[in-house]
Design a protein around this ligand. Sequence first.
Ligand code: PMV
Length: 360
Amino acid sequence: MNDQEFIPADLKNLASSGKASWKAPSNIALVKYWGKYPGQLPANPSLSFTLSSSATTTSVDFQKRKSEQKTPSFDLLFEGKPNKAFEPKIKIFLDRILPYTPWLSYYHLKINTSNSFPHSSGIASSASGMAALSLCITEMEKTLNQEMSEQQFYRKASFLSRLGSGSACRSIQGPLVSWGKHPQLSGSSDLYGTAFAGPVHEIFKDFRDTILLVHKGAKTVSSTAGHALMEGHPFATQRFVQANKNMSSLIEVLANGNMELFIQLVEGEALTLHAMMMSSTPSYLLMKPNTLAIIENIREFRKETGEPICFTLDAGANVHLLYPGKSAEKVLQFIKNELVVYCEKGQYICDEIGSGAEKL
Ligand code: PMV
């Protein structure tokens, strides 16, 4: 498929109004996307667990205007209140998707959005936020174009959300989603995320992610700037080769449930992501001393108890602690006893693998 296929036929019968509401989850990558080409195309394939409770709920009221305008107009309520700070991001997003949703320029949008996780908790809401908004917009397009199949619907929502934030395209479906072409992932695409269709071992079906909130402030370097620093990065080519190889290994591990290899792979991916940041020019560090303290404690606990737990990191200081449901009791006790002291205000979020966005 190419991006031209996402341009809808000229929609003639535009409804005077419409409403769509969706709840979209966050996701956590096991093989990381880091580095991109123009048009938000990934430099390497990635694969993530869809989360369950960390989610954004968005509803959009569409009101037809008297005439077409150059760009769609909108009002934004975040957690019930107008939020000027988020408006530029939404405007850029709506302008970016307009070639693929030209009908939007006939509408005024009332966007009402909220997150399940605490505001400013250090959890990025761009993936779940862009996914929820894209689903609402695609839902409206489906109302205007009844011929859209379910597969086309999910692909389009993922395609649009990718234009808002790359990793958002993995927040539409679940429980495992890949994004980016890879020879062993049939149907994979750089344009949108695809639900992972390969065999998945029982152990991954009840996986947990406890997010240890180490630092709740804004990041010193945004993901956008970080991706850009992969251009001309001395290790970029090697990293992209490695990500492709890691994807092949992960596909095998997901099928056979080899936890030793899973842990090696997932922790390696997280540390490589941060190694890319540390070796960029200019170089930067998003991990904090408490991030490292948690990592060391996790490794120690694993060595002592043999529990198959591991960590991963996003582009930030927080630690995602991944473990199978059967280890939950012991791990939660370990978190309370040993890790909470490293969390800002003792905060952490208990989440688990989820099945994807929900229409409300
Ligand atoms: O979606 P972006 O542009 O915010 O990039 C996020 C990239 C990572 O979260 C660091 C990795 C990933 O694959 O989600």
